[in-house]
Write a protein that binds this ligand. Structure first.
Ligand SMILES: [Zn+2]
Length: 339
């Protein structure tokens, strides 16, 4: 057997059946849309949330002393006191409206490159409320089989039919009962989140945990595990981090934070695993082995072959990008037909 796997070898292989699980935080949306959305609306983080969404007047009128500008702190304080319920629902309404009207930019973004580089056995789970991932999905789904999306804190673009347990685009019609899908609730930053109270969110977590147990690789992209997400970290740990016998699985982190900060954040979560840190999406395993992350993994870690990168081109238009990726999907379809 040859010691080296060429790009063409990699393209022609379909071996991996297990999912690649990708977890997205606010940093991923910021990397995908560094200059804001199509209308230059900025994507907020917890620290500048109040400023960007212009919530200052509402908070000021409440005469509550918040002591902090951090939205996580502010919201937790409001949540603890029933008297503040009215203000809280006003804030929630503004937040929902802000995210709901956002639009992805016209040219391919990191989100397009991410979804197009994975297959339909894979999972992209996001903590973000913004609509960009679903908008990305919609503009590529007629051409390519794409990974399944999960919304761990709800999403402004996701809808759900309680009765039939069917999820889809917010405002679309349920394929079973014909009624409009209901908007999903957003889960706000409080310390003890109960992921089971809301049906839709409960199901998202169940599916994430199932897939984490089976995953050959997880990629954590721009997610900083804030202190209000302890319950989230616990749930992920249960499914992934504490299974000592799974030494072979690979974890990669895409983040611009310092290596020390990242190590401290993720140490309790993956102390038994090997992990890689990348500063940019384009350095990641996903971007360098589009639609073949599992095959590259098998070649490198099981067969200890020398593998070559097949980086997804960054600057192509949609039609050029789709054309570049077509041969990869052709092999996938061919394998499906062979079965
Ligand atoms: Zn229905």
């Amino acid at each position: 057997m040859e010691m080296e796997i060429s790009i063409q070898n990699e393209i022609n292989q379909i071996k991996m059946r297990k999912p690649h699980v990708v977890i997205l935080g606010a940093g991923a949306s910021r990397a995908a849309l560094p200059n804001g959305d199509k209308y230059s609306q900025r994507i907020p983080l917890m620290d500048n949330f109040v400023e960007i969404l212009e919530l200052g007047d509402l908070l000021h009128d409440s005469h509550i002393n918040f002591k902090s500008d951090n939205f996580e702190d502010i919201y937790s304080k409001l949540y603890k006191n029933k008297e503040h319920d009215k203000l809280r629902s006003k804030l929630e309404e503004r937040i929902y409206t802000y995210f709901k009207q956002m639009q992805i930019t016209d040219n391919p973004t990191i989100y397009d490159h991410l979804l197009l580089s994975l297959r339909d056995k894979d999972i992209v789970a996001t903590f973000n409320w913004d609509p960009f991932l679903i908008q990305t999905y919609q503009r590529n789904a007629s051409r390519f089989m794409l990974p399944r999306l999960l919304f761990l804190h709800g999403n402004v673009e996701a809808g759900y039919c309680e009765k039939d347990r069917i999820a889809g685009i917010n405002g679309n019609i349920c394929s079973r009962c014909g009624e409009a899908l209901k908007p999903t609730k957003l889960l706000y930053p409080i310390n003890k989140k109960d992921y089971h109270v809301d049906r839709f969110i409960g199901l998202q977590w169940k599916e994430l945990q199932y897939n984490l147990r089976n995953a050959f690789m997880i990629t954590i992209f721009g997610y900083s595990a804030p202190k209000s997400d302890v319950s989230a970290i616990e749930l992920m740990k249960l499914a992934w981090g504490e299974i000592e016998s799974r030494e072979m699985e690979q974890t990669e982190i895409i983040d611009i934070k310092s290596e020390d900060t990242l190590y401290n954040t993720w140490k309790p979560f993956m102390h038994t695993h090997h992990y890689d840190v990348h500063r940019s999406f384009y350095e990641s395993w996903i971007a360098n082995h589009p639609r073949r992350t599992g095959e590259a993994y098998i070649n490198q870690y099981f067969y200890t072959k020398f593998i070559n990168n097949n980086p997804i081109p960054k600057d192509l238009s949609f039609s050029e990008l789709w054309k570049w990726l077509e041969p990869l999907q052709d092999v996938e379809k061919q394998r499906e037909n062979d079965k």
